[in-house]
Ligand binder design. Structure first.
Ligand code: R5P
Length: 298
C-alpha cells in the first residue's frame, strides 16, 4: 500500500501512515501564479493499493480539485486500486435539493471523484446515512462516536443527572448510536429553524427532559450558532454543564470566539480538519481519528 496526502491535512495523513507502519509518500505540489495547480506523485504506484488523504474542508473547491488531480495521477500511474480518504467531505449538507432550481451539489462532487479515478471512498461521520447511496464505488463510513463515548465516561459514570443532546433533529440517529456505546443515558433533541438564505438559526423546541449535565453531540460545527443557541435553550430548561462534541471543526466565521464565550465547559472535536493556531481556543480539545481510519484501511 502507498499513502499520499493532499495539502489540506498532512498531519493527519502522517498519523494514519504511522499507524499503518508505512512512510507517507511524497507529492510534488505546485501552484502557479494564476492559481492553477500541478501535482505529481513521487513514488512508484504500479500495481499498488493507493490511498489519497484529503479532507475537502475550506477552501472547499480548491481542496476538491487537488483531490481529483491526485486521484487521476494515481490511476494514470498504474495503481491497482485508489481509495479517496476524505475525513471531512465538503458539500455534504447539499445532498438533496432544498428549493427548485438548485443543483444537487454533493452528487456532482461524488461524480467528480469517481470519474477522476477513485475506486473506493472512506468518509467519517457523513452528514446523512443516505450519502453512501450517491456513490457507485464502495464506501467505508466510519465514526468518531467511540472517541466521544470514551470521553463521556471520563466525565461521569452516573448518568442519572446527565443526558445526550442532539442540537439538530437530523442527528437523532447519531445520538441513538452514541447511546448504545455509552449505556443507560437519556437523550434530548433540539428542534431548530434555520433561515436557508441568511443561515440564522432559532431554537423552536426542546424535546425530552434536560438534565444537569448535557453532552451536546453534532457532526460538525461551522458558524457555531447551532451550539450557542442550543446551550441557551438547554440552560433555560435546567441544564448547568455543557460539554460539546463534534466530529468536524469547520469553524467558519467567528465560531471559535462564539464557542469560547458560550456556556460550554469543553469543546471536543477531531482532526478530520486541520485547525490553524488562530482558530484554536482554550476550551478546545482535539481527538485523533487516525487510528480509526488506519484500522479500516488495513
Ligand atoms: C446541521 O445540519 C448540522 O448537523 C450542524 O448542526 C450544523 O451544520 C452546524 O452548523 P453551524 O455551526 O453553522 O450552526
Amino acid at each position: 500500500m502507498k499513502i499520499f496526502s493532499g495539502s489540506s491535512n498532512e498531519p493527519l495523513a502522517q498519523k494514519i501512515a504511522a499507524q499503518l507502519g508505512i512512510p507517507l509518500s511524497t507529492v510534488e505540489n505546485h501552484v502557479f501564479p494564476d492559481g492553477e495547480r500541478r501535482v505529481k506523485l513521487q513514488d512508484d504506484v504500479v500495481g499498488e493499493d493507493v490511498v489519497i488523504v484529503q479532507p475537502t474542508c475550506p477552501p472547499v473547491d480548491t481542496n476538491q480539485i487537488e483531490l481529483c488531480f491526485l486521484l487521476d495521477a494515481a490511476r494514470r500511474s498504474g495503481a491497482r486500486q485508489v481509495t479517496a480518504v476524505v475525513p471531512y467531505l465538503g458539500y455534504q449538507r447539499q445532498d438533496h435539493i432544498f428549493r427548485e432550481g438548485e443543483a444537487r451539489s454533493l452528487e456532482v462532487i461524488v461524480k467528480m471523484m469517481e470519474t477522476s479515478g477513485a475506486s473506493g471512498f472512506l468518509g467519517v461521520d457523513l452528514h446523512s446515512i443516505k450519502i453512501p447511496e450517491l456513490f457507485s464505488i464502495g464506501v467505508t463510513h466510519i465514526s468518531a462516536l467511540p472517541l466521544f463515548a470514551e470521553k463521556i465516561h471520563e466525565f461521569t459514570d452516573d448518568f442519572s443527572q446527565a443526558c445526550l443532546v442532539t442540537p439538530d433533529m437530523g442527528g437523532i440517529r447519531r445520538i441513538e448510536l452514541l447511546k448504545d456505546l455509552v449505556g443507560d443515558i437519556d437523550f434530548v433533541s433540539v428542534e431548530k429553524d434555520r433561515d436557508i438564505v441568511t443561515g440564522e438559526i432559532q431554537v423552536a423546541k426542546v424535546h425530552g427532559t434536560v438534565k444537569k449535565t448535557c453532552f451536546i453531540v453534532d457532526d460538525m460545527i461551522s458558524s457555531g450558532k447551532t451550539i450557542a443557541e442550543s446551550i441557551s435553550a438547554l440552560s433555560a430548561q435546567g441544564g448547568k454543564r455543557f460539554i460539546v462534541m463534534a466530529t468536524h471543526p469547520v469553524f467558519s466565521d467567528k465560531a471559535p470566539k462564539l464557542l469560547q464565550d458560550s456556556g460550554a465547559e469543553r469543546v471536543f472535536v477531531t482532526d478530520t480538519i486541520q485547525i490553524p493556531d488562530k482558530k484554536r481556543f482554550q476550551k478546545l480539545e482535539v481527538l485523533s481519528v487516525a487510528q480509526l481510519i488506519a484500522s479500516s484501511l488495513s
